[in-house]
Design a protein around this ligand. Sequence first.
Ligand SMILES: [Zn+2]
Ligand SMILES: [Zn+2]
Length: 465
Amino acid sequence: MTYETLALAAFDAVTPLGNHTIVRRAVEAGDVRIDITHSGICHSDIHSVNGDWGAQPYPVVPGHEIIGRVVELGADVTGFAIGDRVGVGVIVGSCGTCNECERGLEQYCANEPVWTFGAPDPHLPGQTTHGGYSREIVTEAKFVYRVPENLDPAGAAPLLCAGITVYSPLKTWGAGPGKKVGVAGIGGLGHLAVKFAHALGAQTVGFTTTESKTDMILGLGADEVLISSDKAAMRDAEGTFDLIIDTIPFSHDLNRYLKMLAVDGTLVVLGALTPITEPVIGGLLTGKRRRIAGSNIGGVPETQEMLDFAGAHNIIADIELIRADAVNDAYRRVVAGDVQFRFVIDAQTIGLPVPELISGAEAVARANGGALIVDVRPERFLDSDGRNPLATWVDRKNMDSYFVPGGAHFLGDVVNDSDRKIVVMCGSIAGSRPMADWLLAHGFTNVSHVDGGFAGWKEAGGSIG
Ligand SMILES: [Zn+2]
Ligand SMILES: [Zn+2]
């Protein structure tokens, strides 16, 4: 028994991601069906779909930072109710009987965990698992986590991979009061490592190569920032760290950080998965009984513990929320390092049509042909309290209330006549696009928006009223 749901998929290693319909299993006795609201973009999604880590079972639906609401429960499921906010992370199954599984370390299952996407699906023979870039997911309840309601759901999504990836080594190697913890590489993982280390009570130090990032890193909760090119400051700090969380995602010189460790200090490699090309100096290990370690995500109990801790300390990722059709641009920006610090997809926009972008001249031509012009410039579109509703446009639920009073000016008696074109514009494209999206999401067809908004329309000789 299966059903279909909308998704974003990679069809091969080179073509941009696109809309796709996938099959999910109908809820079995131990399952939870989740209406996905948010899905984080992890750099490993990009490596996977690009085939960097081996051949892929295309089409691949990536995503393992999943937040949503429970919409259906299997007969045997306890501990969840319909409507609960929940999360799914990097794994959705494991053997349950090996030594690691019995210790709650399912991520290291001796028989290999079931990865959330791109893995053989034990419930649907012959098919692969599909991840969070989709409208819905059905998952064994054991691998579904309770997400504290006080956390912003978009910012909470990256906790399911990036968050647990840094929380687990911080806990394993004793980050807490009286300990000095360094974080190298302040990106998706690193910025959360700083937040968690600080909240755990450790003296937290961020390492950066870029002096201009100092204030930003302090703002995340670091007590101190060390500029790695500042040789004197780095030398002064040698031998003082109990733990360094190294999130640098490529091969680099570990000796520089080993030197910083105190006796029994641990350097945890999280990001560099390829061979470390700079030879490690043995004397730096023996001289102070230092360790180099590694870590990968977390097990089921620890992932829930991390979410509860994040809820208690109000820790979420710094994110940029995007619509599904912006995913390919987001991928380019992640690869270029141009994100602060994580993209999260509004999963409810997956599969929605994208409004056509037309020129001002085309808008004028359509208006003359009887198109309905929707002008939502702020100065023409105030709600009953005289406030500009554009400011809160992100809250789609409120749209109904602007949409109706807006009729006072132009929307009046909008009829979704499929032959009638609807042209949306406002002061800028930033305003017209959300309104066009809203119309499409509510079943209107033939919706376009104007390049340059009202200015583009006016340049082409258009008028209003
Ligand atoms: Zn990830
Ligand atoms: Zn196992």
